[in-house]
Design a binder for this molecule. Structure first.
Ligand SMILES: NC(=O)c1ccc[n+]([C@@H]2O[C@H](COP(=O)([O-])OP(=O)(O)OC[C@H]3O[C@@H](n4cnc5c(N)ncnc54)[C@H](O)[C@@H]3O)[C@@H](O)[C@H]2O)c1
Ligand SMILES: [Zn+2]
Length: 681
């Protein structure tokens, strides 16, 4: 016999702690219908406990949450025993785990590995399980799952659900069983859930976290009149005891229940093997968003009921079924700040800046708050813990504040008085929920300024076109050009059509642009009457930003080529508080100025020579290379012709390369080019 192993005290302590915590969350979830953590977080606690119990089986006790289902019935309800326990389901999150399940089933049944097993596949409705007893076709008692062995009597509440027949009927001459315990899931449609939460919020009541809690909270009412006002529905998916009728397969159950008037989800299907079950999961995941109700995965069940008996059940779940879940859509996180953003119609909307969290493979770092009233209704404060929902491509939303986690240091949000983009005083029309910036050009001005700032002659940020600029402003990611340098890859990932590669490229292009010249930078600022030429003149004359900033009107007027309009405009620009703030942001981000290459060489060694570039250079941008050539007296052509003297071939050259080859032009690589322009490679 193996020697008795010492269990480390910290493991015992952790297991105890986990059980207490899970118990508390079970109570919040199953009894109060008001969880304070997301399902994903709850599942993580459960997983940790399961792993510890698997490692130290001595620690497993029958009352561990891993061995039990749900929660005992609340005292307020009459209890109803379940002759056949209503269990939970084992869950899987990956294909590998699903294949393991299939292998386990076969091993248990002594079947060869390569034999196919037939399964039913069904949407996993996100609601609460109930059992309805029909005696001689008449609905007599209905109950919740409770702890699996005893549920709560909710007969009268169930009777208020219109799609539940009070009497079974017979289609196709089908006999009515003497006894039928029909099992199904009561649920609330997404739209109805939203509406119900709106109503609750406007009455100052706490909202429900999700349609499942809303359905449970609505059905588990002591007063059936309350339930009657809640839009609930039901899909049946199984049976308990049946007398006077015999089922051989799960598929037969799913086909027969509707004939008695018990609704079954139309998406249920019979598949030949586990691979088809996995394919069904992917299919359902694709249409998940478009369904009017929430599903959190699919349920895979062995079809042959005689195998169910052989496979049997464990303490908490049967061996013949598996829940193959979808990635979670809800997380809890903290509100770090609330900012406001200006949309293209001038509407100013608040946005919550969140502590970044992963939801189903995506990092979420902000959520819309719609308007000031919404913040007040949901009572979202800076520092709050919130439940965040992300559905498909839609911008994440705050479902509710978890007030239980408040410390007292949370700060209420105050709508700013002026537009964060242009500084104009905001207005709100009577009866309207939104504040607006009355400056009609506000949004467009900002987008245009970003485009100008990023343009070739200015900061030369590749990949920052109109669509991107608009998306950056729409999402409140950029409120002045200074914000560009603080964007992280994860921020860019939120833009439409941005995957990792594209986001990284833009991020790097922005970072690269920090190395610039004073003239380009001055031009990029978008000061009125300061075009490329004026910017060069100013840079050449003053040599530093500090000097231009300090320059008096007289100083500015003394610069050759600078007229009175430009001089005034520059002087005013550097005396505007908002501009100085943007400037500070830019300099803080690490913008540096190099000497102007154009000034250095006196002679023009490349005089009369024409260059063409194809492919990317490693040491500089195309635009930089062009300026170097021009500064040395050369010319850069955009297309290949016989007049070209040098074809500079970079990485991944394009069609110009082939054409140059065909014409027999002189080709040089980057190294040779650098030598030509007098720069060591
Ligand atoms: N956030 C929290 O604090 C908290 C607390 C407790 C539990 N939970 C969540 O509740 C879940 C565990 O609850 P559970 O034990 O009810 O397990 P489950 O919901 O994962 O799976 C079992 C249930 O699936 C339902 N179901 C839907 N469609 C079905 C179908 N076609 N066939 C069979 N059953 C179907 C049934 O109601 C069944 O009881 C976990 O996801 C957990 O995250 C969360
Ligand atoms: Zn504005």
């Amino acid at each position: 016999m193996a020697e008795k192993r010492e269990i480390p005290p910290e493991v015992i302590e952790r297991v105890k702690k986990l059980r207490e915590e899970i118990e508390y969350h079970n109570y919040r979830y199953y009894v109060l219908d008001s969880p304070v953590i997301s399902d994903a977080e709850y599942d993580a606690l459960m997983r940790e406990l399961k792993e510890l119990e698997a490692k130290y089986p001595e620690l497993v006790t029958p009352d561990s949450p891993t061995q039990r289902v749900g929660y005992p019935p609340a005292k307020e309800f009459r209890t109803v025993p379940h002759a056949i326990p209503m269990l939970s389901l084992d869950d899987a999150f990956s294909e590998e785990e699903v294949l393991d399940f299939d292998r386990r089933v076969k091993r248990f049944l002594n079947l060869p590995e390569d034999q196919d097993i037939e399964y039913t596949v069904e949407p996993k409705m996100d609601g609460l399980a109930v059992e309805l007893v029909y005696e001689d076709g008449k609905f007599t008692v209905g109950s919740t799952r409770g702890d699996g062995y005893q549920g709560e009597d909710v007969t009268n509440n169930l009777k208020t659900i219109k799609s539940i027949p009070l009497r079974l009927f017979s289609t196709d001459g089908l006999p009515i069983p003497r006894l039928l315990e029909a099992r199904g899931e009561v649920f609330m449609k997404k739209e109805d859930f939203k509406k119900l939460n709106e109503e609750r919020l406007s009455r100052g009541e706490p909202p429900f976290a999700n349609p499942r809690n809303a359905a449970a909270g609505s059905l588990r009412q002591l007063d059936p009149n309350v339930t009657a006002q809640r839009p609930l529905d039901i899909y049946f998916y199984g049976v308990g005891r049946v007398e006077g009728y015999e089922f051989k397969t799960q598929w037969e159950i799913l086909q027969t229940l509707p004939k008695w008037g018990l609704k079954v989800n139309p998406y249920v299907r019979l598949v030949k093997n586990i691979r088809e079950a996995i394919a069904y999961h992917h299919e359902m995941e694709k249409i998940r968003e478009s369904l009017p109700y929430e599903i959190d995965g699919i349920v895979i069940k062995v079809n042959d009921l005689s195998l169910w008996e052989k496979l049997g059940t464990k303490a908490r779940s049967p061996r013949y079924a598996l829940a193959y879940k979808f990635p979670p859509t809800q997380v809890t996180t903290q509100v770090l700040d609330i900012i406001v953003q200006v949309g293209r119609t001038g509407a100013v909307t608040p946005v919550a800046i969140l502590k970044p969290v992963q939801v189903g493979g995506v990092i979420v770092s902000r959520a819309t708050l719609h308007n000031e009233d919404e913040i007040r209704r949901k009572d979202v404060r800076i520092g709050d813990w919130v439940l965040v929902q992300r559905a498909g491509e839609v911008i994440p939303e705050i479902v509710m504040v978890i007030k239980e986690r408040r410390t007292g240091n949370e700060k209420p949000f105050k709508m700013p008085e002026v537009c964060p983009v242009c500084g104009t005083k905001l207005v709100r029309k009577p009866g309207e929920a939104v504040w607006r910036c009355p400056n009609r050009g506000c949004y467009g001005q900002l987008v245009r300024h970003i485009l100008h700032f990023a343009s070739r002659g200015a900061m030369d940020i590749e990949g920052l076109g109109t669509k991107v600029a608009e998306a950056l402003v729409d999402r409140g990611l950029v409120q002045d050009v200074g914000d560009l340098y603080y964007l992280k890859v994860e921020d860019l990932l939120q833009l439409p059509g941005f995957a990792l590669k594209k986001a990284r490229n833009l991020y790097e292009a922005i970072q690269r642009s920090k190395k610039t010249t004073l003239a380009r930078f001055l031009y990029a600022l978008g000061i009125r009457h300061v075009g490329e030429v004026a910017a060069q003149l100013l840079a050449k004359h003053f040599k530093s930003l500090e000097a231009i900033k300090k320059a008096s009107m007289a100083d500015l007027l003394s610069v050759p080529g600078i007229g009175p309009e430009a001089a005034r405009s520059v002087w005013e620009w550097f005396r505007n508080e908002r501009n100085l703030k943007t400037l500070e942001k830019l300099l803080q981000a690490g913008i540096t100025f190099e000497e102007e290459a154009e000034e250095a060489p006196a002679e023009k060694p490349l005089e009369g020579k024409t260059f063409v570039f194809t492919g990317a250079l490693k040491s500089m941008t195309r635009e930089e290379a062009k300026r170097r050539v021009q500064a040395l007296g050369g010319r850069v052509a955009s297309s290949v012709s016989r007049n070209v003297d040098y074809v500079v071939v970079g990485e991944n050259p394009g069609s110009k390369y082939d054409r140059a080859r065909a014409l027999g032009l002189k080709m040089i690589n980057e190294e040779e080019f650098l030598k030509l322009i007098g720069q060591k490679p």
